[in-house]
Write a protein that binds this ligand. Structure first.
Ligand code: PGA
Length: 268
């Protein structure tokens, strides 16, 4: 594992009021400050970034802020968009790019993800790049695995990281997030820690091909998809992931704090 495990909360389009968002922030900030062994990042909707940015955005705050997405240009006539520079100026240190919900609902192609990734790096934000297959691995008529994961993930990495040079690749965090294992899709079929580990090894192998072994080993690879306080240690310790990206379970302060504490305990 590279340095402190990263625990990223992706709030998606939640909660529905500023007050709820503030309560959630405060509860997490208070507890996270006590756990030294982890790094916590919160990705709220853009509209809630301003207030916590004044409390949490300082470089030495325990909890870091991130955008859930960004546009690929700094400013201009792009109604509704938010630029990486705006996120940076608000105190964000990270931004998610290529989340499967963006790819699926907003038709984001790998070319778009690549532009956003470059723009994020240009603005000195660390991109949290999400990759992962839509469907659980299936078998062909001869019983051979189709190996959907490796086909999809290799293609996404090659296209999404195009022209990202060796000097910057260490700043990118890769999230293996199989779409079928996201809680809203999963119907109880979470990705096993063993499969997550295989995917992480495959990602490192692909990065080795694209860059070099020493560089590939320095890139943080985290897991996302139905992570909760019960299974989080299995992914971070058991599957040796560098952290987790948490959706649904990050909206419940008690549950998310348990995740932080459980991962913190690994390092003790
Ligand atoms: P989940 O979402 O933890 O609710 O599965 C993860 C994500 O989509 O980022």
């Amino acid at each position: 594992m590279n340095q402190k495990p990263l625990i990223i909360a992706n709030w998606k389009m939640n909660p529905s009021t500023q007050k709820q968002a503030e309560h959630l922030f405060e509860a997490i900030e208070n507890e996270a400050a006590k756990v030294k062994e982890v790094e916590v990042v919160i990705c709220p909707p853009f509209i809630y970034l301003n207030k916590p940015a004044t409390i949490l955005g300082s470089p030495d705050s325990k909890v870091k802020l991130a955008g859930q997405d960004c546009f690929w240009l700094e400013e201009g006539a792009y109604t509704g968009e938010v630029s990486p520079l705006m996120l940076k100026n608000l105190g964000c240190q990270y931004v998610i790019v290529g989340h499967s919900e963006r790819r699926r609902h907003f038709q984001e192609t790998d070319e778009i993800v690549n532009r956003k990734l470059k723009a994020a790096l240009k603005a000195r934000l660390r991109p949290i790049l999400c990759v992962g297959e839509e469907a659980r691995d299936a078998f062909n008529s001869n019983g051979q695995p189709l190996n959907e994961m490796s086909l999809v993930v290799a293609e996404q990495l090659e296209k999404d990281l195009r022209d990202i040079n060796a000097a910057r690749i260490r700043e990118v965090i890769i999230t293996y997030e199989p779409v079928w294992a996201i809680s809203t899709e999963a119907n109880g079929t979470a990705c096993s820690p063993d499969d997550a580990m295989k995917a992480a090894l495959f990602i490192r192998k692909t990065l080795t091909k694209l860059y070099s072994r020493p560089l590939a080993e320095k890139v943080k690879i985290i897991y996302g998809g139905s992570v909760d306080s019960q299974n989080t240690v299995d992914y971070v310790k058991g599957a040796n992931m560098d952290g987790v990206l948490v959706g649904g379970a990050s909206l419940n302060a008690t549950e998310f704090i348990k995740i932080i504490k459980n991962i913190g305990d690994i390092g003790k």
